[in-house]
Ligand binder design. Sequence first.
Ligand SMILES: Nc1nc2c(ncn2[C@@H]2O[C@H](COP(=O)(O)OP(=O)(O)OP(=O)(O)O)[C@@H](O)[C@H]2O)c(=O)[nH]1
Ligand SMILES: [Mg+2]
Length: 343
Amino acid sequence: MNFVDEAEIYVKAGDGGPGAVSFRREKYVPRGGPDGGDGGKGGDVIFQVDPGLNTLQSFRHKRRFLAQKGRAGAGKKMHGRSGADLVVKVPAGTIVRDLDTGLVLADLTTPGQRWIAARGGLGGKGNARFATATNQAPRYSQEGLKGEERRFRLELKLLADVGLVGAPNAGKSTLLSRCSAAKPKIADYPFTTLVPHLGVVEVNTEESFVMADIPGLIEGAHSGVGMGADFLKHIERTSVLLHVLDVSVGMDEAIKQYEMIRQELLSFNHSLLSKATVVALNKIDISDPKEVTAIKKWLEAKGERVFLISAYTGEGLGSLIPTLLNEVKIHKNEFGRHGQEAV
Ligand SMILES: Nc1nc2c(ncn2[C@@H]2O[C@H](COP(=O)(O)OP(=O)(O)OP(=O)(O)O)[C@@H](O)[C@H]2O)c(=O)[nH]1
Ligand SMILES: [Mg+2]
C-alpha cells in the first residue's frame, strides 16, 4: 500500500569563510599592524513548510541541497560576506528523520514553519584578532568551520485530493495505475480492490495531486453492504470526486449505475454530492460510440462535466488529468489538510 510518500536527501550547510592575514599598508607608516578581517558565516539549510505543496515529488528530481559558503575576510578588517541560507520547501505534514538512526528530528506541520536542517559554519578569525602585546604581528588566521552535513529521510502521510468512486469493475484501479506509479490489483471481476490505494499523479515537473482508489460501491454501500461504508469516509476528505462509469455496458445499464452511485453517496453523507465532481465515461475503446455520445448528453443535461476516456489505452487522459489538477487547486482549501489524518 502506498500511503506514505518518502524521500532521502542530503543537505550541506555552507562552510565558514577563512579569516584574512593582512597588515596595514599606509604611506609613511612603517610596519602597520595586522588588519585581516574575519571570514563570513556559511549559509544554513532551512526547511520551510509551503502550503502549496502536497507531496514529496520534487525530491525525486533533486536530492542534494547545498547552502552557500561564507566569503573570506579581507584587509582593513573587512568581514567576509555571509553565505546565503538555502530554504528548502516541504509540504505540511513532513516528518524529518535522521537517515541512519531513524530518529524523528522534526515534524513540520504549520504553513511557514521553519526548521534549521544544517547550520552554516562560523567564519574564521582574521589575524587582527590575534594581535597581543607579545605578538603584535601574527601571521596566522583561522580557517572557517565546516558547515553541517546531514542525511535525512523525509516522510509524508498522503492525503488524497481526488477520490475515485464507481461501481465494481468500472476501471478505477486501472485508471490509478495508468496515471500514477501505484500498482493496485486489476482484474475483470468485481471487488478486486479491498483497501484504498493512493497514487501521486505527476501532471508536470512542478505539479501533482494525490488520487485515491477505493473499493467499488454497490447498492446499500452506505449502510455497510459490500466493502463500501468503511471506505466512503476516505473520500469525504478529498476535495474532488471523479466518478468512473463503465459505458461499455450500454446506456441503460450505465445510467442505472450512475444513479446507484449517486444515491449511495447521498445516503452516506449528502455533502458528498456538493463536492466538485467530474464524470469519466470509461472503456470507450470497447464501447459503442453512439451510446457513449447519448450517455454524455444525458449527463450533461444533468449538469455534469463529462470526459470520455479509456483507462486501458490512456485515451482522453490528456484532457481529464489537467482538469482534475485545476479542480484540486480551486477546491483544495475547502477541505484543508491540516489536522486531518491520512487516508
Ligand atoms: N477495454 C477496457 N477495459 C478496461 C478499461 N478500464 C478497465 N478495464 C478492465 O476492466 C476490469 C476492471 O478494472 P479494475 O480497474 O480492476 O476495476 P475497478 O473499478 O478497480 O474494480 P473494483 O476494484 O472491483 O471496484 C479489468 O479487467 C480491466 O482491465 C478500459 O478503459 N478499457
Ligand atoms: Mg479496483
